[in-house]
Design a protein around this ligand. Structure first.
Ligand SMILES: [Zn+2]
Length: 494
């Protein structure tokens, strides 16, 4: 099409809009004009389009200019791209990253500045919806919800830990929703009433708390020299799935080992919350091939349409403890308060030792690079064979400074691209596919009328360039357009 025709068409369409525009009454509106809207479902880009928002809802999307009546502001998005706000379906918004309860008590100023910054850090990188996959301190979810401007937060509440299993060793912790499993080796202490800890009772309680999913665990332990943690039997897992579904809860299960993925694929759980990076007796070699036994486990998950969250940053985040230079990355200044970065710098050796003891850093670094590559190679296999991959980072996954809020999502995306996942798939996973997997697609995941007005205005096309996710012009959260820089932790210290 030549320029004259485009010009004529645009004059024609603007004339026709003026005369026959769709009238929409708004109270507190936003009109985005000249937008290039990207559909995460079919990767189409509609040019010169309009998005109208009223309150926290999208009320119009189309190529004709709507005639807004009432109070509204206009954003000219010429040359920019509109996508739905991103969804990270595996975070833990509780605690101060990597600080123990004791350290938090000793450093109230750091805790305060971190909590104030936390919701903004997610928004800074475009994450407008978060799913918290388990906390031992549900009051922290309430704290997060108090922030005036914050991502929408969904949760599983307290995890449905297997009695005396991973997360509940020796009944040390108060975990209200643990699940009782009959076993001579692990008798339930008398203070607990057995009936309150059946899958039926737990699923009901979790649903009543407003949760959207039931999170349980298949974790025999990370250290083969230690006794195994109890894991759920097939019958118990089946019962948990039935009770979760009866209560409209998605069944999400922690698991990252070959054994866990074999078990969970066969059990047809809804979602496994981690990738299969722990290859048991297998090791990635120079051929970069996925071992046959690993392939079989992945094939069962693919066949049974089990959701698979690669969570590549879990391993990378731990590896960063070996890198003394990591804390000089200027990107951290946007998502972490200065006093926390200083604290990390002063304590990085102690933090390393508390996780890895006196193991030499170069050996840990090499091992974790290999494990990270095992995760990436499996992700590529899942993608190539039509696996149901979901976007979740597990931020923060362990006591490390290597999973900074918000930025960790961007790093996870970079890793996915490195693994060979196309940009169109990355966008779909972090939006509509996450929304569908957690039954949130009525209000989230696409730019459509009737959905929540959580939108990103990007300076680059994310279908062509992954760095578009770090080139956000504005974040529209609950219908309120805000410049990205207002969310930076550097604001106020400039
Ligand atoms: Zn997690």
């Amino acid at each position: 099409m030549n320029k004259t025709i485009i010009l004529l068409l645009s004059i024609f369409s603007s004339i026709s809009c003026k005369t026959s525009g769709i009238e929409i009454l708004v109270e507190n509106g936003v009109l985005i004009q000249n937008a290039q809207i990207i559909s995460p479902e079919n990767q189409t880009v509609s040019t010169d389009s309009f998005v109208a928002v009223d309150g926290d809802e999208i009320v119009y999307v189309g190529e004709e200019r709507p005639n807004l009546k009432g109070s509204f502001t206009t954003i000219d998005a010429k040359g920019k791209y509109i996508i739905p706000g991103l969804i990270d379906s595996h975070v833990h918004v509780t605690g101060t990253d990597a600080l123990s309860d004791e350290e938090e008590l000793q450093n109230p100023e750091i805790v305060k500045s971190f909590r104030e910054q936390l919701p903004k850090s997610y928004l800074y990188f475009g994450y407008t919806t978060l799913i918290d996959l388990g906390t031992a301190k549900p009051e922290r979810l309430v704290d997060f919800q108090k922030a005036e401007i914050r991502p929408d937060l969904f949760y599983v509440g307290g995890g449905a830990v297997i009695g005396n299993g991973y997360g509940l060793s020796n009944w040390n912790d108060e975990i209200p929703n643990f699940i009782y499993q009959e076993s001579k080796a692990y008798p339930i202490p008398e203070k607990f009433i057995k009936e309150n800890h059946s899958p039926k009772a737990v699923a009901k309680r979790i649903a009543r708390s407003g949760a959207i999913a039931l999170k349980t665990y298949y974790e025999p332990g990370f250290d083969p020299t230690q006794p195994r943690f109890p894991t759920p039997s097939e019958a118990l897992m089946e019962e948990m799935k039935t009770e979760a579904h009866k209560n409209n809860l998605v069944l999400v299960v922690h698991g990252n080992s070959l054994e866990a993925h074999q078990f969970l694929g066969k059990a047809k759980v809804d979602i496994v919350a981690h990738g299969l990076w722990n290859w048991a007796n297998h090791r990635l070699d120079s051929t970069n091939a996925v071992p046959e036994e690993i392939k079989q486990a992945l094939d069962v998950e693919i066949e049974n349409k089990v959701g698979y969250m690669p969570t590549l940053q879990v391993i990378n985040g731990l590896r960063e403890l070996t890198d003394s230079d990591y804390l000089n990355n200027t990107e951290l200044e946007n998502v972490l308060p200065k006093n926390l970065i200083e604290y990390y710098k002063a304590n990085s050796d102690v933090m390393y030792a508390s996780v890895f003891g006196d193991a030499p850093k170069n050996i840990i670094s090499n091992n974790f690079n290999r494990i990270s590559n095992q995760g990436k190679i499996n992700l590529k296999y899942m993608f190539d064979h039509g696996g149901h991959i979901l976007f979740g980072t597990d931020t923060p996954s362990s006591p490390t400074f290597g999973n900074p809020p918000g930025y960790n999502g961007y790093l996870e995306m970079l890793e996915m691209e490195k693994a060979g996942v196309p940009l169109s798939k990355i966008l779909a996973m972090a939006t509509i596919e996450n929304a569908k997997a957690f039954n949130l697609d009525q209000f989230y995941g696409t730019v459509e009328s009737g959905k929540k007005a959580n939108l990103l205005i990007l300076n680059k096309n994310p279908l062509q360039d992954i760095t578009a996710y770090n080139d956000i012009e504005q974040v529209i959260i609950n219908g309120i357009p805000l410049d990205r820089k207002t969310f930076s932790a550097q604001k106020g210290t400039e």
